[in-house]
Design a protein around this ligand. Structure first.
Ligand code: HEC
Ligand code: HEC
Length: 194
């Protein structure tokens, strides 16, 4: 069950950031080489929380630069092992077992960080990514489980949906915000690194 769950979740999360996502769509291909910072961050083109489009663009650019730098550092360290299962390359893999190590970096960058509008330090002590100091890291694991339940069970039980493959991913709710939703701590606007 464990690897089945991971593949299912990964297929939906890797595609996060796309406007439409199917749980059955193949994961985005990941080269073992350094990633190039994309110039556009999805879900961030409208004015939010009083920020001008220029301010939002500047914030996004700096987040993208920061993430690209950290991802490239990790990719340099694991050079030659990109296609190996993540648990054989990294130290503390619980949900991405069986996923190629290089692809995990694409998930970290495009799938997770970009969706939440954060950089790596939101969940990690930079350079010591196996540590569990920040509660957000385990919350992220639990969110993967929630997405899996929504897509795999809850949505499937709703009749008459228009999309035969209806699904949600991190972006569906977060859309560039670290804390979405109706809670008292929810944030109306994009936030940066913490
Ligand atoms: C929203 C939280 C979150 C963000 C942001 C995030 N990560 Fe992660 N990261 C995780 C989780 C959760 C795991 C553990 C996955 C597992 O258990 O399979 C992880 C695991 C890792 C690992 C493997 C560490 C090990 O040795 O076990 C690396 C390397 C890593 N992340 C790098 C990054 C980089 C680089 C960024 C920024 C581009 C980033 N992460 C952004 C949540 C996050
Ligand atoms: C159904 C909507 C929904 C989806 C889908 C979703 N989240 Fe969340 N997420 C929330 C809500 C609501 C909160 C709580 C915000 C608060 O504390 O006010 C939250 C909180 C978080 C937090 C804690 C942030 C903090 O600063 O404490 C992390 C990390 C997180 N989500 C990661 C993810 C990841 C990674 C995914 C995709 C695997 C994801 N979420 C998918 C709704 C969602």
């Amino acid at each position: 069950m464990r690897s089945g769950l991971s593949v299912f979740v990964v297929a939906s999360i890797v595609a996060a950031g796309c406007t439409r996502t199917s749980v059955s769509s193949p994961p985005a291909p990941v080269q073992g080489t350094a990633v190039v910072a994309p110039s556009v961050t999805p879900g961030t083109t409208t004015a939010q929380g009083g920020m001008t489009p220029e301010q939002i663009a500047a914030r996004n650019d700096s987040l993208v630069k920061d993430r690209t730098m950290h991802v490239n550092e990790v990719l340099a360290k694991i050079a030659g092992k990109e296609q190996m299962p993540a648990e054989q390359v990294y130290k503390n893999i619980q949900i991405f077992k069986g996923v190629p190590a290089g692809r995990v970096m694409a998930i970290m960058n495009r799938g997770i960080s970009n969706s939440l509008g954060v950089s790596c330090s939101h969940c990690h002590v930079i350079g010591e990514y196996d540590r569990e100091d920040k509660p957000t890291k385990q919350v992220a694991r639990d969110m993967f489980g929630m997405v899996n339940t929504i897509n795999g069970t809850l949505l499937k039980n709703i009749k008459n949906l228009k999309s035969p493959d209806a699904g949600v991913n991190c972006s569906t709710c977060h859309n560039g915000r670290a804390r979405p939703g109706s809670g008292s701590q929810s944030m109306p606007q994009r936030v940066g690194t913490q």
